[in-house]
Ligand binder design. Sequence first.
Ligand code: SF4
Length: 326
Amino acid sequence: MSEFMKFDPNPIPFFKRVEDLTPELLASYEESSYTWQPGDEGCLRITKSSLGAHNFCPYQYKLNNIYQLPTVENEAMVKGSNVHAIVEYFWANVDEEYQNHGTPLETAKALLKEGNERQARKILHAVMPEPPEPYRYGEKVVIEKWFDWQWERFLVTKGVDWVAVGNEVSVHARINVNIHGEDIPVHLRGFIDTIFSDGEGGFILMELKTGKWNLRKAKNMREEMQFYRLALEEGQQAEYLPVSHWAWEFPNGTANGGIKSEWEIEKLGTRKTSYAPRSVMNNIRKLVLGHVTGIFEPEPFDKKCEWCDYLELCPAWGGTMGEEEE
Ligand code: SF4
């Protein structure tokens, strides 16, 4: 029995919502699988997480996604889910009519205009419900820092283009990946935390992280955001195109030795961001190649292996799981 304190005030978890997909994308999604191998019907499913897992360690990916061995839920995961649930609820409700008093956003804008900042902040903050029992894993600190940043944006924008236009946006796309001259179909799948309007007809993809921040993470973040951009573009989700920027926020960036709380926004098409499309396609190609060849080598490194749920099964550490096949 789970002892974890979980709190999600949203009526339906985002991953259980009914989706408005084209028949082709729905069929592609339904026939896709993490365990696909050459000769199978259907196609390989790749998510941002499965791609990230393969980049992290191909062998860990194999045990988790192909053998589907469970991972152990931990406090960091629960904290992440609890924080994301509140952020999702906030954006879903901040511009919704409340007891015939207008929306919290309208009220806060009017108060700001009158110079009553304190009350405007209070009205917006009150959109976030408190859990029935106190948070246990540090969620409160993360949520308050996240809210402070939204409040600062509110003061700067005066509420214009401030609300997320996309909230836990589901993305699907079908692409072909060429391996040794053969096109292998792949279904891309993901959920984008939030999408904002840039005010000029473009869109900003935003990812919220509840872990630590350090400078090395920027490269990973660009690749995660590029995965979403690729899925939006290839899936032709026109309501969120063109993507003009991507951004990320780490309100709890000082946790576990991180250097600071950080949010960053980057314009696309600059030298800093232009390598990401090629890099993500290379990563996707490597993952598909793994399924074509059946090769998923362990990539041991003390600091990452100490967090791995499969350490005792891993051949790099004396285990034998899966070795019979290679
Ligand atoms: S223990 Fe290390 S090398 Fe082995 S599967 Fe886990 S992360 Fe990969």
